[in-house]
Design a protein around this ligand. Structure first.
Ligand code: NQM
Length: 347
């Protein structure tokens, strides 16, 4: 049986299989079929594959050397379903992005610097460029460090992710509906795309506090209401029929209660997220910084990055915003190589 060269990595609060594009079939249908068999989809437990039975651990990163001199590598993200045999390229993933630079160095696509390495990554799903900077003492990737991120035990080396020109990454504009605030079936929402299309609504408008643990948010009734909202929002955002699509995400917000700027509960697209995505978080922070947006009135900001509370801690997002345009967004993540070898797909 033929195996495929693969590196399993934790990227931020996600985990995924990383491949060189050249190690996978060029034909997308053959590639997707192979990836489903590698990850063990469809199966709620993904018992016969690498997937971890949650959307945040059913992910694939495909990396190749860039042909364009403006960046170093191309990164295609694929979200695989868990229970359904789906493979979607409609969104990117800022968490897996946290491992892409190191993977590119490990595979020899990018030379390492003596102390630190900066890799310019083109996110093929959205066409935007992210810059990833991480430690490479002595010219080798060092995953060890003392940076802790919420949702991951222990500490590791920091990875700085800088995003520019993420406005309208999927929808074409920062405010895809043309408004800061809309009304969908009596619920006030703000729909924003600053790297990830998100719908922001108040938790209390869904009859919840917004502080519930993830397990309490996993019911069918809430999932159906979230889905109904995001399907309508998808139309207003110009995304067409988003039933079965992983975007837009929905984030329900409440006043902060743990020293952060805002409390969040996010659904991907209807399952509760154990924390919050990277670009999802960037888009939510961008939304609530806007005057008149849903959640703006709940925001408690000071100097420095905006810290959003989520079910497993906080995510800090630094946004350079000049009042009308987002100049740059920065998030610190960590990543770790878990294994490097050959994976054998289900036949
Ligand atoms: O928003 C989950 C995650 C993500 C995506 C999701 C992400 C991002 O936690 O950039 O990182 O929204 O499906 O990895």
């Amino acid at each position: 049986m033929t195996g495929v060269r693969c590196m399993l990595m934790r990227g931020g609060t996600s985990k995924g299989a990383y491949f060189l594009a050249g190690d996978l079939p060029a034909d997308p249908a053959a590639r997707d079929d192979l990836l489903l068999r590698i990850m063990g989809t469809p199966d709620p437990r993904q018992i016969d594959g690498l997937g971890g039975a949650q959307p945040v651990t059913s992910k694939v990163a495909i990396v190749s050397a860039a042909e364009d001199p403006g960046h170093d590598v191309d990164y295609l993200f694929l979200q695989l379903g868990v229970e359904e045999a789906t493979v979607s390229d409609r969104q990117t993933c800022g968490n897996l992005l946290a491992g892409v630079g190191q993977f590119a160095v490990e595979r020899g696509l990018v030379p390492a610097g003596d102390e630190r390495t900066t890799v310019r990554v083109r996110l093929l799903n959205t066409g935007t460029i992210a810059v990833s900077t991480f430690a490479t003492p002595g010219g080798e990737v060092d995953y060890r460090g003392d940076t802790a991120i919420s949702g991951v035990p222990g500490t590791a080396a920091p990875v700085e992710l800088d995003f520019t020109e993420t406005e309208g990454s999927v929808c074409g504009s920062l405010l895809p509906t043309g408004h800061v605030r809309d009304d969908i079936g009596g619920i006030a929402v703000s729909c924003v795309d600053n790297g990830m299309p998100v719908v922001v609504a108040r938790a209390e408008d869904f009859g919840i506090t917004g502080y519930e643990p993830v397990e309490e948010l996993a019911g069918t009734e809430l999932a159906q209401r979230i889905d109904a909202l995001r399907v309508e929002a998808g139309k207003l955002m110009g995304l067409g029929d988003v039933r079965g699509s992983s975007v837009p995400k929905t984030t329900l917000v409440a006043a902060p209660r743990d020293g952060g700027a805002l409390c969040t509960r996010t659904f991907i697209p209807v399952k509760p997220h154990p924390s919050i995505g990277v670009l999802g978080g960037v888009s939510v922070v961008t939304a609530v910084l806007l005057d008149g947006a849903v959640g703006h009135e709940l925001l408690e900001t000071g100097a420095g990055p905006v810290e959003i509370e989520h079910p497993s801690g906080k995510l800090a997002v630094a946004i350079e915003f000049d009042g009308s345009r987002v100049r740059r967004s920065t998030v610190i993540r960590t990543a770790r190589k878990l294994f490097d070898g050959t994976v054998f797909p289900r036949y």
